[in-house]
Design a protein around this ligand. Sequence first.
Ligand SMILES: [Zn+2]
Ligand SMILES: [Zn+2]
Length: 308
Amino acid sequence: MSDPALAVSSASAPAGTTSPPLEAGSVRTEGLWHQLGNVPSVIYWGIHAGCLLALYTGFGTFEIVLCMSLFWLRLFGITGGYHRYFAHKAFKTSRAFQFFLAFLGCAAVQKGPLWWAGGHRRHHRYSDQEGDPHSPRLGFWWSHYRWIFSGKFEETEIDRIRDFAAYPELVWLNRWHIAAPITLALFCYAVDGLAGLVWGFCISTVLLWHSTYSINSLSHRWGSQRYDTGDDSRNNLWLALLTLGEGWHNNHHHYMASARQGFFWWEIDVTYYVLRVFRAVGLIWDVREPPKNVIRPKARQTNPKLAA
Ligand SMILES: [Zn+2]
Ligand SMILES: [Zn+2]
């Protein structure tokens, strides 16, 4: 990690201790106007602007199906791939399917798998404390999307993701992650012209961004806390429905290694249901579940600090 501010944060919070309280603005050093000029920000606002072309292209059944299919497919790339597999190693799979999950995640236009998963491990290490890249305590919009454009967090934190950085194909994809969204945009244009590009790529991607970003912003603000995790994480049914199960975020912060984030049958977790199908057909194995004594719904359980 080359950023001295982050290096200090890491050094000040050795394993097993609580980081000092996060100071408002401690990482929020870049103003909105400063961020507008960098490349990820131009891509972000450019794709938002591209959505306006829907006023010109109009839409029909095909455009809606294309938009929502690519939304859910790529959302799974983030929830089942980047998050539960790469960040938390909640199951095992083959090297080929691992690459497929990484490519699917790249198509969601949220940078590469090593960058995403390494940064997410940082989030769990310092949740809502000094060093957390996207705590809502730094401001709602900062936690929702602005942290992504920050120069402080633009590099891949290889030290946090050495396990997957051992695969050269993942290192390559992490560097050239933009290849996946470009391929997807060309595909959308090829199948349905400008309307395909607008609905299949621009609108689908904007819906996808704000759904997944809501876990960093809203899921640390709105909902209930079953477990005392020492952070602001919440369980929220509506966010779980929006994000294929990621809205059970307090559960997740309580026991991160689990492939299942809805701990009870009534906690809908579509990502986990898909993973069960994958396990049944042999695509993945060693799917990790939360032990019974961990999920017991005691009021405000203390975080057992299990797994990373
Ligand atoms: Zn969180
Ligand atoms: Zn996580």
